[in-house]
Structure formats: structure tokens, C-alpha cells
Ligand binder design. Sequence first.
Ligand code: ZN
Length: 100
Amino acid sequence: MASVSPTSALKSTVAMVSSINVKVMVRRCSRCTCNELASITLTYQYSRALVWIDDLTAERDPHAYDLCDRHGVRITAPSGWRLEDRRNRFRVVMPNRLAG
Ligand SMILES: [Zn+2]
């Protein structure tokens, strides 16, 4: 039975971890002249004349618009449309806090 020294085990672990390809997706504001980081996602449904603002979604949706803070606060709905801000609306409830 071969023994592995702690040092070689550590080296192989470091080599394994450093070889993992970590993809960090940085999403930018959709406004063409803006290069700020996106913080909100805007979607709309034309048939319902409804615009939604959400926290930045986990994945980019080709039908949605990611916007930075500066452009996010400027959003207004077109005349006859309704703007629904759903940011911070859905909070995660920790299951262990439900039981008394
Ligand atoms: Zn922007």
C-alpha cells in the first residue's frame, strides 16, 4: 500500500483546485453608451402593457435587459403601461426558522 505524504497530497489538491475553470460572468448595462455593471433586470410583456424590474437574474435572458443602478432608477413605464418593481420581494425563508 503506497503512502502519500501530506505535502504531496496538498500539492495535488492545489493543482486540482487551480485547474478548475471558474467562470465569473460579469454583466454590463444594456444601454449602449454605458459600461457600468448591471444590477437589475428589466422585462416586459407588450400584450399586458406591463414592465417588471427584478434583481439581476442568475442567467442572462436574451429577452430581458440588464441595467446598472444609474439607469435602473430612471426607468419609467410608457403611458398606459404599469411598472412593477419586484426587487427584494421574494426572500428566502430559512426552514429552521419556521419551527418554534
Ligand atoms: Zn447603465
